[in-house]
Ligand binder design. Structure first.
Ligand code: NAP
Length: 334
């Protein structure tokens, strides 16, 4: 048996392309004392991986050239030399873009408690994406019933979750997304009250005046950049901004210049707070419990975009930055 792995061949310049990666036939790793051998079933593709691949502006060590691509994945324990894990356990963790990983228990984020939901949900709506949506919305945006919440990348994995959670909490939700099809999904699939197509060629500002005539009480920001410049002009007094991602900024070297935010924040006594989901491990079980209940009740739905086969991985990150993914982007391992 071989272990197909995706390796970093070259440091990407701009959006990571297939040519930056290489597929390699590795061997099944030995399992040291206290380690667990996981067979990956589904691999995650996340915008943050662009930073992990060495784009300037990040806060974690970039992946070394020639090593396996760091990623979240869900898989099955096939061998265990640790008493907390048994063969057959389904686990989520940082297992990398490869078929088999021998990992220490600290690489395992959680064990999936039941087979109630598809395994892939543990990388999306019931995974880091759903938890990010839940924490950003409940800790920072904190919408009250009747308030207006705007979410950028509203049709994406995190954005669709954040918007639906705002809706569950009683807010009026406006999604911002690229193209008419994604805007349709925001309204029909995710139940948002309005959607703004930032690629329509019209002014985002005017579209927001129409979509959020009473102003914006909270903004779940996945893009930064020009989209967020437009949203800030519509803030109400006391607004909260959860800064989750910066997908709308092309690069951080040289550090980009843009509209200054201070006067908006001061005039509107607004709070803008960045957050990183992995700082809140102690809240994961609470988040997963509530997210699971909403999925079970039919109040929280997700969409997935699955590429089949690990050989599709090298082209996958570009999908995210070209907006070609419809929902949570995943790679099903053959
Ligand atoms: N802070 C945290 O702890 C945390 C955790 C997880 C994720 N995140 C962040 O959450 C954001 C969403 O992640 P996700 O996994 O849910 O990805 P996603 O939204 O499913 O996919 C990425 C989307 O970004 C949009 N996009 C790409 N280039 C863009 C541009 N130039 N301007 C505006 N939008 C652009 C595209 O949507 P359109 O087609 O609509 O443009 C694309 O589909 C990312 O910024 C990610 O880094 C943060």
């Amino acid at each position: 048996l071989k272990n197909r792995q995706v390796i970093l061949r070259a440091r990407p310049v701009g959006i990571p392309q297939a040519s930056d990666f290489e597929l390699r036939d590795g061997s099944i790793p030995d399992v040291a004392h206290d380690q667990i051998l996981v067979r990956n079933r589904v691999l995650s593709v996340d915008p943050a991986m662009r930073i992990w691949l060495g784009m300037p502006g990040g806060y974690v060590e970039p992946i070394a050239l020639g090593s396996v691509i760091r990623s979240f994945a869900v898989g099955e324990v096939v061998r265990s030399r640790h008493s907390d894990f048994l063969p057959g356990d389904k686990v989520v963790g940082l297992f990398g873009w490869q078929e088999f990983a021998a990992v220490d228990p600290k690489s395992i984020l959680w064990k999936i408690p039941s087979e109630e939901f598809p395994l892939s949900y543990s990388l999306g709506v019931l995974g880091i994406n759903g938890i990010a949506a839940y924490l950003g919305m409940t800790l920072i945006c904190r919408p009250r019933a009747g308030e207006t919440v705007v979410v950028s990348t509203g049709a994406g994995a995190v954005g669709s979750g954040a918007g639906q959670i705002a809706g569950i909490l009683g807010a009026r939700v406006v999604g911002i997304a690229g193209g008419p099809e994604k805007c349709r999904r925001c309204m029909e699939d995710f139940g948002f009250h309005a959607a703004v197509d930032y690629k329509a060629g019209a002014s985002i500002d005017d579209a927001l005046s129409q979509a959020a005539p009473g102003g914006v009480d909270a903004y779940f920001d996945n893009t930064a950049g020009e989209i967020s410049d437009a949203v800030r002009r519509h803030l109400n007094v006391g607004a909260r901004i959860a800064l989750c991602g910066t997908s709308g900024v092309a690069g951080w070297s040289p550090w980009p210049h843009g509209e200054r935010v201070e006067r908006h924040l001061l005039n509107k006594r607004a709070l803008m707070q960045g957050f990183v989901v992995t700082d809140h491990v102690e809240r994961y079980s609470e988040a997963l419990e509530r997210l699971g209940q909403w999925v079970r009740d039919g109040n929280l739905t997700c969409s997935e975009h699955v590429l089949r086969g690990i050989d599709r991985a090298p082209e996958a990150i570009a999908y995210l930055y070209e907006g070609r993914n419809h929902g949570k982007l995943l790679i099903e391992v053959g």
